[in-house]
Design a protein around this ligand. Sequence first.
Ligand code: DUC
Ligand code: ZN
Ligand code: ZN
Length: 471
Amino acid sequence: MSTTLITGGTVVTSTGRSEADVLIDGETIAAVLAPGSTLLGHDLARSVDTVLDAAGKYVIPGGIDAHTHMQMPFGGTEASDTFETGTRAAAWGGTTTIVDFAIQRYGERVMDGLAAWHEKAAGECAVDYGFHQIVGDVNDDSLKAMAGLIDEGVSSYKLFMAYPGVFYSDDAQIYKAMRVGAETGLMTMMHAENGPAIDAMVTELLAQGKTDPYYHGVARAWQMEEEATHRAIMLANLTGAPLYVVHVSAKQAVEQLAAARDNGQNVFGETCPQYLYMSLEDQLGAEGFEGAKYVCSTPLRSKHEHHQDHMWQSLRTNDIQMVATDHCPFCMKGQKDLGVGDFSKIPNGIGSVEHRLDLMYQGVVDGKITLERWVEITSTTPARMFGMYGTKGVIAPGADADVVIYDPAGHTSIGLDKTHHMNMDYSAWEGYEIDGHVDTVLSRGRVLINDNEYLGTRGTAATSIVPRASI
Ligand code: DUC
Ligand code: ZN
Ligand code: ZN
């Protein structure tokens, strides 16, 4: 087993920062040491196989993106990143673990869905991965199967209050599933939008000739998100299920979560970079069909309603606990263009798995969050939330050596012909400039990225074991 010493950097965790060297033995962190420490009188740097110089740089736990959809079937097509291309792009951006969504479709069995997604990912991934389970058909058989998910290394399942006829669960189904969540400790993840009302509004808008991508945002109004979030919270309250609301974009939904948390309820919220940087007017409302690039659900919100500022504030105050990407990429040609002349046919999703750490670091530079909070919302909290903490999400002895050396003096220009490794024909983040750079990425001790070079290999990652929600 090889040994690595990361020297001279500033180790940053969710609770503080210190000048320290990090000793890696094989796949795990062996020690976090005072700079220049010796081992039984020997110069440690001379005794190890590899020395990585991190002087002037941050040494942080590898990013954990707890919401991705590699090769997800959606809207008559499939998300364009495979587990291979998507996890490689993740590595480029300093994300060393993803938690993707296995899908049980209507009429299928839960465990068959999980097995199918294991098959898609096995032997393909560049970084560690685990699964949440989408339960798209809540029935007696599914409820029984859900109780066995934890034994399969799945600590969370997801329901949809949106997409009638596809993934949608009605209130009775949600209630029954949450009863199982409460009994087993499984985390209930919720896509909280009122799907039936949204679909009615979509029909109205299209009948009025309002077919542009902009109207995707109009149809999925914040009231639909607030209402569904409130309903999910109440059902969770009634059943005692822990609740995690995914891709929160509306400030009114945040307020619902904050009120429930103040009330002592076990509810959590995740937001995504697009809701911190993009708006209904500037992106969804872009010229012609350009807005299709930014069609995702929940949608981008109006800049005139101050959702963005409120979301940054919520990250500071812990009303929102973490940032994932909801990475669900589609190409413009042959995929997004299915919705030319009808916004409801544009496949929903944005690709960001490569840029999450950078985009959130820009929040540090801009004074919106602290360095420690950056680590917490991108790595430590997702590790805690999905049963990985201790092994991942921290730089400490015994943890997996998933480590990123981040250069605050570096620079990253995001763009299709610059830093782009996702399998898409556009970048939703084209032109964004980041005052920082992912220099080196280690996944369980193996160097995946160094000096703008990819050194990883396909399929060396193992599935992360995610025994139970632990926050
Ligand atoms: N939202 C998206 O934007 N894409 C996939 C599914 C979802 O809920
Ligand atoms: Zn969703
Ligand atoms: Zn999603």
